[in-house]
Design a protein around this ligand. Structure first.
Ligand code: AMP
Length: 142
């Protein structure tokens, strides 16, 4: 995996506003926050996208994430939040080191500080497509 700014943050070569660290996980404030308390949670393992992450790192992230969500909510007073995780440039990933965004939502605040905005254009799942996708995905599980 190519070196990213997050590798330098993990090594302590670049400053971050660290809110949590353990053997496998680091969490720090996003420098371009969508709302107050916007936090990034990253594995120390250098994987570019979630599908490339080891089970051990995934388990460590899974343990830390809900605790960090609780801490961000408690600290900011937010009662709603989004967890966002982008994989690939086409999915808006800018830093190619796995990271989860915890983004508190403050609906009453002006846009620019209210949190994540989402455009969601749902389609319709037809029976044939559902059948073939269910089969393809379940058979691809390793
Ligand atoms: P993504 O589009 O999911 O790859 O998001 C990358 C995020 O990393 C953005 O929200 C950036 O603001 C954030 N970011 C980039 N560099 C830093 C940094 N040095 N410290 C904290 N957050 C950063």
């Amino acid at each position: 995996m190519a070196e990213t700014i997050f590798s330098k943050i993990i090594r302590g070569e670049i400053h971050c506003h660290r809110v949590y660290e353990d053997a496998h996980v680091l969490a720090f404030l996003d420098i371009g926050p969508l709302s107050a308390g916007h936090t990034l949670v990253i594995p120390k393992e250098p994987a570019a996208t979630l599908d490339a992450l080891s089970d051990d790192s995934a388990a460590a992230l899974g343990r830390a994430l809900p605790r960090l969500c609780r801490a961000v909510m408690k600290a900011t007073g937010a009662t709603a939040y989004n967890v966002l995780q982008n994989n690939g440039a086409d999915a808006h990933q800018a830093v190619f080191h796995v990271h989860f965004h915890i983004i508190p939502k403050f609906p009453s605040r002006p846009s620019g500080s209210s949190g994540l905005g989402i455009t969601w254009n749902p389609g319709k799942l037809d029976a044939e497509t559902a059948k073939s996708l269910t089969s393809a995905i379940s058979q691809s599980m390793t």
